[in-house]
Design a protein around this ligand. Structure first.
Ligand SMILES: [Zn+2]
Length: 194
């Protein structure tokens, strides 16, 4: 999984209020009819074909279902190839997994890794797609237009992600946060410990 680090707390009072509100929302309603998990499996299968068109179609079906469930507009989706990235002294220092544009509500995800240009793991792509969808929910349903990366934001993605994967409850681990200066990051060491 990608690094999980929050945005720093903003200084301006109104933005701070949005940040704190987002941070405090740590659950979300989830469907019980199995549709999202089925569509997530179909997305994983589409990735095996190695081209963007079937992945885009499967991704749109998943977003259609999620948007209907949460009562928000369907965000347009584009699935693209190799992740945009930066290389410095032969080392990949940055790669973009996906993004969301509030103005157009468009989600973009990239399905091939930087450098080696291999099809990414289905779980990584699912996590990216749900991450961007959670930005969409922030901007539409939750009245959080800045859509900060807060602990609450990542916790909401985590709920949706394990719902989509149908992770059994006993295999779930609550996210454990450690403070690093002005930001929080997930401690994967603690997460793995039983
Ligand atoms: Zn984000």
């Amino acid at each position: 999984m990608a690094r999980v680090i929050t945005d720093p707390v903003p200084r301006a009072a109104a933005k701070r209020r949005e940040y704190d509100r987002s941070d405090a929302i740590v659950t979300m309603p989830l469907g019980k009819d199995g549709r999202v998990p089925a569509l997530a499996r179909a997305l994983a299968q589409a990735m095996a074909e190695g081209t963007t068109a079937p992945v885009q179609r499967a991704g749109i079906r998943l977003l259609d279902e999620l948007a209907a469930f949460y009562g928000v507009p369907v965000p347009p989706l584009r699935v693209l190839g190799v992740r945009p990235h930066k290389v410095s002294a032969g080392v990949c220092t940055y790669q973009l997994f996906g993004d969301y544009t509030p103005k157009t509500q468009q989600i973009r995800v990239w399905m091939r890794t930087a450098i080696r240009e291999k099809v990414s793991s289905p779980k990584a792509l699912l996590n990216t797609l749900l991450h961007e969808f959670c930005h969409h929910l922030d901007c539409t349903r939750l009245a959080c237009p800045e859509s900060y990366h807060t602990r609450g934001f990542f916790t909401r993605i985590d709920h949706l992600y394990h719902h989509a994967l149908e992770t059994p409850p006993e295999k779930r681990r609550p996210l454990r946060w450690i403070k690093r200066g002005a930001v929080w990051s997930v401690d994967w060491r603690l997460l793995g410990r039983r």
